[in-house]
Design a protein around this ligand. Structure first.
Ligand SMILES: O=C(O)c1ccccc1N[C@@H]1O[C@H](COP(=O)(O)O)[C@@H](O)[C@H]1O
Length: 213
């Protein structure tokens, strides 16, 4: 299972998280979020290893601004949390990794993803909220059993130190990664390195147990 840590904005904290070697790091490019990167220095990532996929998170942003920020910060992935269309996703496919996020509730219809399956690299299943993300709330993960496409997915929404063991019980062939965000913070935009370290160890142990079995 891959690990993404999202919602970073401060140099020291970014470097400390990078030392844990996540697979993805996420940066919120949505000005209504308390984790909004704002006018982050554009050389902030220069010292990060290339192995970490730098991901820009957008909510209904226009394509020109998305392209501009990809170029400015050299993002190699985008995560789209709004009502972005399949065509919008396709515009960026093969240029960067495209992760299309969906807010999931009890009535979520996985059938709507069919139109996206050739235009994205991954889906992300988050908890449905008016804020589009970063709620710290989880959804009923049993619903994931209804997902039948062969596009791998990230799980997000309220992942916390307290539910890492529960994550391990999710048995779905397309389950690709977890996204750790607000429940791993000391304050918005600052990750708690101790909490992340514990979660990373839990996930890495799970990964090595999987390989052995
Ligand atoms: O983190 C935010 O503030 C945010 C705002 C708008 C869209 C997405 C956002 N973050 C993403 O939300 C999910 C769930 O976060 P949480 O674990 O519930 O706090 C996660 O994928 C973040 O990447």
């Amino acid at each position: 299972m891959k690990i993404k840590v999202c919602g970073l904005k401060y140099q020291d904290n970014i470097n400390a998280v990078a030392d844990l070697a996540p697979d993805y790091m996420g940066f919120i490019c949505y000005d209504r979020s308390p984790r909004f990167i704002g006018q982050m220095e554009n050389d902030l990532f220069d010292e990060l290893p290339n192995s970490i996929i730098k991901t820009a998170v957008f909510v209904n942003e226009n394509a020109e601004q998305v392209s501009k920020l990809i170029a400015l910060y050299k993002f190699s992935a985008i995560q789209l949390h709004g009502n972005e269309s399949p065509d919008f996703c396709n515009r960026f496919k093969n240029k960067v990794t495209v992760i299309k996020a969906y807010g999931v509730d009890e009535d979520f219809d996985f059938g709507i993803l069919e139109r996206y399956k050739n235009n994205v690299d991954f889906f992300m299943f988050d908890t449905k909220t008016a804020e589009h993300g970063g709620s710290g709330r989880k959804f009923n993960w049993d619903i994931l059993n209804k997902y039948e496409l062969n596009v791998p997915f990230f799980l997000s929404g309220g992942l916390s130190p307290d539910n890492m063991e529960e994550v391990k019980k999710i048995d779905h062939p397309m389950f690709y990664a977890v996204d750790l965000n607000s429940r791993f913070e000391t304050s918005p935009g600052i990750k708690d390195i101790n909490k992340l370290t514990t979660a990373f160890n839990t996930i890495k142990k799970f990964n090595s147990d999987e390989v052995r079995s």
